[in-house]
Design a protein around this ligand. Structure first.
Ligand SMILES: Cc1ncc(COP(=O)(O)O)c(C=O)c1O
Length: 397
């Protein structure tokens, strides 16, 4: 068929047309158009970036004549060194800042770059079901196929390790994990993680640990296990840490990744093609974040722990609408809808249009998320209360 002249839509690639905007952002965009909507849709913590980081950046803007310039694509050498030290402090694993560490513009960019590097058309990446929406989309955008590994809601959204080998085939490249999980809030057990690593190593797969939330565990902190701390799997693991959540720096767009040396140069190459470098100013902010005692973390954990208790208490009053697994970490809860409804999308739009309450439809997170919604409780206590007051009024308690 010949192209219509002067119709720019004709220019759009089928690859782009095949993608849809993340349901989290879609709901947030719709929510922003509804005055007074109480949004639990976006995992955007209510905290400002801690003061020592802001002050260090203000000072650097005065003193550092290079702050407005590009850095090398892999990141400021001093930040790579500091990130390697931080990784060693947190995991005990020694890494080489040049051969293993890469500064990213946050985990989203780091993951997209990594998928560019490892995914050929037709390759498969195993994702948890439910799992983070953007992982699914990024794999597809890079020509790959996400293979869903079902989490068991009845067992607190844990993974069935016996099911993993049957998901691995000749095209499998990697397994991506998030613990504590977005969207379920579950913490994967050490036993599961070690078993995944043993299977991945046997099949030569990369384990991608996407870590925005490991600082957000509560009374159950001892249940959290960082697989990146196991030396024998270091060559099979790409570990991505982001400053977005733990340091309330989501708008700065900065993180770091620790990767097998064999992948590092490829990652630098693709990162350079995408954005040349992580913004210099954000790298300075990340250096300041790692230099300061993370005193803000206790404050964040107390506030999030309180909001977790609040949202659970409010959900408990609506047992005829939602049934949920108590979240262990991060700041999400993923209740099943037990009130009458058609599907998660229809239900979420109904809550927004008729109650001015914004949630994310669970079906966006994978097939097992159908008939669920994700609620983020990182917002102000008031927002949680307003949203649930509206739900109480509509559904009755
Ligand atoms: C699992 C997961 N990965 C990545 C991201 C994005 O992180 P960043 O801001 O570092 O791109 C998020 C943000 O919500 C997330 O939940």
């Amino acid at each position: 068929m010949s192209k219509q002249k002067n119709d720019p839509t004709q220019l759009i690639s089928s690859r782009s047309l095949g993608m849809s905007i993340s349901a989290i952002k879609e709901m947030s965009i719709l929510s922003a158009k509804i005055p007074g909507a109480a949004s639990l849709a976006w995992g955007l913590p209510s905290f400002p970036t801690p003061e020592p980081i802001r002050l260090a950046v203000a000072q650097a803007l005065e003193d550092n004549a290079r702050i407005g310039m590009y850095t090398l694509p892999g990141g400021l050498p001093e930040l790579c060194t500091t990130a390697a030290q931080e990784h060693q402090r947190r995991t005990g694993i020694q890494t080489d800042p040049v051969r293993n560490v890469m500064i990213t513009a946050g985990n989203m960019e780091g993951l997209n770059t990594l998928f560019h590097v490892i995914v050929d058309p037709g390759d498969e990446v195993i994702v948890t079901d439910p799992g983070f929406v953007s992982h699914i989309q990024q794999i597809r955008f890079n020509g790959g196929t996400p293979v869903f590994w079902k989490m068991d809601e009845a067992r607190g959204w844990q993974l069935d390790i016996d099911a993993l080998p049957s998901l691995i085939g000749p095209c499998t490249k990697a397994i991506i994990l998030v613990s504590p999980s977005n969207p379920t809030g579950s913490i994967l057990t050490e036993e599961t993680l070690r078993a995944v690593a043993a299977i991945a190593k046997k099949h030569g797969l990369l384990i991608i640990l996407d870590d925005p939330y490991s600082h957000f565990t509560y009374e159950n902190h001892d249940r959290f296990f960082n697989l990146a701390a196991v030396p024998e799997y270091a060559d099979n693991i790409a570990y991505l840490f982001t400053f977005s959540k733990a340091y309330a720096m989501s708008g700065w767009r900065v993180g770091y990744m620790v990767v097998p040396a064999a992948l590092k140069n490829e990652i630098v190459k693709i990162h350079d093609l995408t954005m040349i470098c992580t913004p210099h100013i954000s790298q300075v902010a990340a250096l300041a974040a790692l230099a300061a005692e993370p005193l803000h973390l206790t404050e964040f954990q107390i506030a999030l722990g309180r909001r977790r208790a609040l949202i659970c208490e409010r959900l408990d009053r609506l047992v005829h609408v939602f049934q949920y697994v108590p979240p262990e970490g991060a700041y999400y809860v993923f209740p099943r809808i037990v009130a009458e409804h058609e599907n998660a999308v229809e239900f979420s739009h109904h809550l927004l249009d008729d109650l001015r309450v914004t949630v994310t439809p669970g079906s966006a997170f994978g097939p097992s998320g159908e008939h669920h919604v994700r609620m983020a409780y990182c917002v102000e206590d008031d927002t949680i209360n307003i949203a649930f007051d509206r739900l109480d009024t509509y559904f009755g308690t």
